[in-house]
Design a binder for this molecule. Structure first.
Ligand code: 5RP
Length: 274
């Protein structure tokens, strides 16, 4: 029987509600496990999932207030992230205002896709550079990812790797990405408003580069060739190669080589509510 427009609309609304419930569940679980009110510096990532993370932190602080005089400082990863921190009544501190010896106890963030070894694709919201800066200054990186993001290998459901580039170099970076085997890397543009390229908080551009599904270090240990032959790469090898291209500020692959140890990361895949 054909689905009516009203039925299709109702189905879409249910599925959106399920996804939002899963994001919230993952965020509250992450905060319960990895946040304490005695922490001094905490990183806050970008995107829609982290909004629930901040909500969970706020609830945790209300239930477990910090000791008298203690300030929890929250380090944003961009303009929107700062707004989310401020809207929750939490205290932001800019990355470049951190005391020289300060290390963040934990950084919470979302992801576009996460593999079995906790390597992530990030940058769907164009904030990858500051996200990595903050993550790399943290003792622990906690990636809040609902059931949709959790895949055995990267580039399974999420089709491209976001790469932040200097505007003047975007065309030459695209050529280099093609040489690495990316079939059709594209400059991210505001397609609806037609106002030109998307600009990051650094006023840089984003290139979205499709590659074949990425191998993990475990795959390579088992003898698979992730050297880029036939366009098949192991995730850390490709991250290093892209980062080395002239004009690239940061690559949206978060893995061990980028300073984030997989074993220190916490992946919380909220289960699909049934
Ligand atoms: C922004 C990011 C986000 O963390 C990522 O895109 C996930 O976003 P969402 O929680 O909305 O799915 O990397 O650049």
């Amino acid at each position: 029987m054909a689905t009516t427009a009203a039925e299709a609309k109702a189905k879409a609304a249910t599925s959106t509600a399920l996804v939002e419930a899963a994001k919230k569940k993952a965020a509250f679980a992450a905060v319960a496990e990895h946040f304490t009110s005695t922490m001094r510096f905490v990183g806050i990532g970008s995107g829609s999932t982290i909004v629930y993370g901040v909500e969970a932190i706020k609830a945790h602080l209300a239930a477990h207030p910090p000791p008298q005089g203690h300030i929890n400082w929250f380090v944003p990863t961009g303009w929107n992230s700062r707004k989310v921190i401020e809207a929750a009544g939490l205290t932001p501190i800019a990355f470049d205002s951190l005391p020289a010896d300060a290390q963040l106890e934990v950084a919470f963030d979302g992801a576009d896709e996460v593999d079995d070894e906790l390597n992530c694709i990030k940058g769907g919201g164009a904030c990858l550079f500051q996200e990595k800066l903050v993550a790399c200054r943290s003792k622990k990186f906690v990636c809040i990812a609902d059931y949709r993001k959790n895949q055995q290998r990267l580039l399974t459901n999420w089709p491209t790797i976001p790469i932040e580039v200097a505007p003047i170099a975007y065309a030459s970076v695209i050529r280099e990405l093609v040489a690495l085997g990316s079939v059709k890397p594209i400059l991210r543009e505001h397609t609806l408003s037609k106002t030109g390229p998307v600009q990051t908080d650094q006023s840089f551009y984003i290139i979205d580069a499709p590659f074949k599904q990425l191998l993990t270090a475990g795959d390579v240990k088992q003898g698979k060739d992730g050297s880029g032959k036939d366009g098949v790469w192991e995730v850390e090898t490709l991250a290093r190669r892209i980062k080395a291209i002239n004009g690239v500020l940061e690559v949206g692959l978060f893995c061990g080589l980028n300073g984030i140890q997989a074993q220190a990361a916490g992946l919380l895949g909220g289960q699909k509510p049934v």
